[in-house]
Design a protein around this ligand. Structure first.
Ligand SMILES: NC(=O)c1ccc[n+]([C@@H]2O[C@H](COP(=O)([O-])OP(=O)(O)OC[C@H]3O[C@@H](n4cnc5c(N)ncnc54)[C@H](O)[C@@H]3O)[C@@H](O)[C@H]2O)c1
Length: 266
């Protein structure tokens, strides 16, 4: 397994969930990359890094100062995965979770989601272009969402931020191509991948299994995806096999976006 041998890859939000899977299983480390695990959760991030013999660096993707520290520490890079993301429902909260519908959402809550998902991706891409320019080539992978492709009434900020990530991916791809740089930028759009992100919606009550089944009832493959299934797409986009792919968006959603609930004949 050597598809990423000789490449240095930095993954944000890699302490757990999809980011950890990209860093570890069937993914970057196993394909020979030197992996740099980053996260705001320093304990879990360091543990993930230890498990694969990787380096851990603390990084809040919404912090420009943090990215400057990364740039000083990791001046050249081959692969960046902008994976860190929040829904706004993480908590803990003093009272009920904040409203994220377009009628009741508070500006501060809207901005907090954009700060991580969109500003974090902008800052990551900006750093990566410089670090990859030095290396002569590179691959940027932005983890958007199927929520970036459709409206989500109860999660307006999440959906808007992920839509902007999709669009910024194409802008970065065109900018780099226009500069004559061999830096590719693509987005991945997962849906319903079983990670801790779903915990607030699943709960730990007796109806957990029923809730999980209901959440994927409209998914043609009728199951949650696994983080390693997203990681496999990230490996492809990071590798030289994807040399002609830039500005592309790949859905990994069990077929959810292939059709419509309104399809005649069901
Ligand atoms: N799980 C899904 O079904 C799903 C679907 C579509 C898109 N995504 C996207 O995939 C990515 C990973 O999601 P996940 O399900 O693994 O989530 P997760 O909540 O399990 O993990 C997210 C990680 O990001 C870290 N993080 C949060 N804020 C950060 C910040 N400011 N700076 C650095 N790290 C930060 C967290 O500490 C955590 O380790 C996110 O961008 C998410 O929007 C997930």
């Amino acid at each position: 397994m050597t598809r990423l041998t000789g490449k240095t890859a930095l993954v944000t939000g890699a302490a757990r969930g999809i980011g950890a899977a990209i860093a570890i299983a069937t993914a970057f480390a196993e394909e020979g990359a030197r992996v740099i695990v980053t996260d705001i959760d320093t304990a879990a991030g360091a543990a993930t890094a230890r498990a694969i013999g990787a380096e851990f660096l603390p990084l809040d993707v919404a912090s420009e100062a943090d990215w400057s520290r990364i740039a000083a520490r990791v001046p050249t890079l081959d692969v960046l995965v902008n994976n860190a993301g929040v829904t706004g429902f993480e908590g803990p909260f003093d009272g009920p979770p904040p409203a994220h519908d377009p009628e009741h959402a508070q500006l501060a809550d809207w901005r907090a989601v954009h700060a991580v998902n969109l500003d974090g991706t902008f800052l990551g891409c900006r750093y990566a272009i410089g670090a990859m320019r030095a290396a002569g080539a590179g691959a940027i992978i932005n983890i958007s969402s199927r929520s970036g492709l459709v409206g989500i009434p109860a999660a307006a900020a999440y959906a808007a931020s992920k839509a902007a990530v999709r669009n910024h991916t194409k802008t970065v791809a065109l900018y780099c191509a226009g500069q004559g740089l061999n830096i590719r930028c693509n987005s991945i759009h997962p849906a319903a991948v079983m990670t801790p992100m779903w915990e607030p919606m699943l709960g730990d009550g007796p109806d957990r299994a029923a809730r999980a089944a209901a959440l994927v009832a409209d998914t043609p493959l009728r199951r949650f995806g696994e983080p390693r299934e997203v990681a496999a797409i990230a490996v492809l986009l990071a590798s030289d096999e994807a040399a002609y792919m830039t500005g592309a968006e790949l859905t990994i959603d069990g077929g959810l976006l292939a059709g419509s609930a309104a399809t005649p004949g069901g």
